[in-house]
Design a protein around this ligand. Structure first.
Ligand SMILES: [Zn+2]
Length: 289
C-alpha cells in the first residue's frame, strides 16, 4: 500500500470515524425524540383509558352506586315498578339485609328493622280489623294480641279523657313500597331514610306495630304529638298494655329512624315494662344494637 493510499485510507477512516461519531450523535437525538414520542403516546393512552372508564361509570349509574352501598334492585324489588314521575328509583345507603322472616311463627319479639326484613309474601297470622270507633278509617288490620291490648289501652285512655286513634297497622310489601316511593319523591332521600322503611323492612309488616294519633292532632302524624295530651299519656302508659315507643328521641343511631312519638310496637307487658323503664330500644333489649 502506497503512502498516498495509506493516507487516503487514514483520511477515509478519519472521515468514517468523524461521520460515525456524527451518526452516533444523530441516533441519540432520534432516540430522544423516539422516547419522547413513546412517552407522549403512553401518556395520551392512559389519559384516554381513564377518561373512558370515568365516562363509562357516569353512563352506568348502577355500576358506580354499588360501591356506595346501593341496595341490589333484585333484592329490593323496585326494578320493574314505575317510580314516581321525575324520580330516581334507587336510593343510596340501604344496608344489606342480615336475614328475612319467611312466615309468622307467633314470636311477639320478632325483630324487623333496617337489617332484618320479611319476604315479599310474608303475612302475619290471626289478624283482626281495628274497629272504626278506635281507628281513623276502616281496613286497618293488626294481630289479635296487639288488638286486644290496644282496645284495653284505648278504653282506659278514653275513661281519662284521652281519645286515641289508630291510623296505620299491618302493611303489605306493596303498600310499603308505595309509601316509600311517595316519601322519596316528596321529601327526598334524607327524610325518607329517617322516617320511611324500605319495603320488606317495615315493622308494620309484622302486624304488631301501630301508628297512633288523635282527633286533636287532626289525625296527623308529627313529632308535635309528643306535646299533645294523648302523646304524653301514651308515653307514660303504653308499657302497661304491652306497647313500647319504638323509635325514641336520642336513639336514632340504634334504631336507624328519627323520633316517632306515634309509632308503637306490641311486645307483651313484661318486655314492654322492662324496655320502657330502662329507657332502652328494642334492639338493645334483644342484644342487636
Ligand atoms: Zn309506624
Amino acid at each position: 500500500m502506497s503512502r498516498r493510499e495509506r493516507s487516503y485510507r487514514n483520511s477515509e477512516e478519519r472521515e468514517q470515524r468523524r461521520t460515525g461519531s456524527k451518526k452516533y450523535k444523530i441516533n441519540w437525538v432520534r432516540l430522544g425524540i423516539f422516547i419522547l414520542l413513546v412517552l407522549l403516546v403512553v401518556f395520551l393512552s392512559v389519559k384516554c383509558i381513564s377518561g373512558c372508564v370515568s365516562k363509562g361509570d357516569s353512563s352506568d349509574p348502577s355500576k358506580g352506586r354499588v360501591k356506595e352501598n346501593i341496595a341490589d334492585p333484585s333484592t329490593i324489588e323496585l326494578k320493574g315498578d314505575e317510580p314516581p314521575a321525575g324520580n330516581d328509583r334507587s336510593i343510596r345507603g340501604i344496608p344489606e339485609l342480615k336475614d328475612v322472616l319467611t312466615y309468622d311463627d307467633g314470636d311477639l319479639l320478632a325483630l324487623v328493622n333496617k337489617y332484618h326484613g320479611v319476604t315479599r309474601d310474608y303475612k302475619p297470622e290471626n289478624m283482626v280489623e281495628v274497629d272504626m270507633s278506635m281507628a281513623a278509617w276502616d281496613g286497618i288490620y293488626i294481630k289479635k294480641e296487639a288488638y286486644d291490648a290496644y282496645a284495653e289501652m284505648f278504653n282506659d285512655a278514653a275513661a281519662q279523657g284521652y281519645t286515641l286513634c289508630v291510623c296505620s297497622g299491618y302493611r303489605t310489601y306493596e303498600y310499603q313500597q308505595e309509601l316509600f316511593l311517595q316519601n322519596l319523591e316528596s321529601q327526598g332521600e334524607e327524610y325518607t331514610h329517617m322516617f320511611s322503611a324500605y319495603p320488606g323492612r317495615s315493622e308494620h309488616h309484622t302486624g304488631l306495630a301501630i301508628d297512633i294519633t288523635s282527633p286533636s292532632m287532626d289525625w296527623a302524624l308529627s313529632q308535635d304529638f309528643a306535646e299533645y295530651p294523648e302523646g304524653q299519656w301514651l308515653d307514660e302508659h303504653c308499657q302497661d298494655y304491652g306497647f313500647i315507643l319504638r323509635y325514641p328521641k336520642g336513639k336514632e343511631d340504634i334504631t336507624g329512624y328519627g323520633y316517632e312519638p306515634w309509632h308503637f310496637r306490641y311486645v307483651g307487658k313484661d318486655v314492654a315494662k322492662e324496655i320502657m323503664s330502662k329507657g332502652i330500644t328494642f334492639e338493645e333489649y334483644l342484644g342487636e344494637a
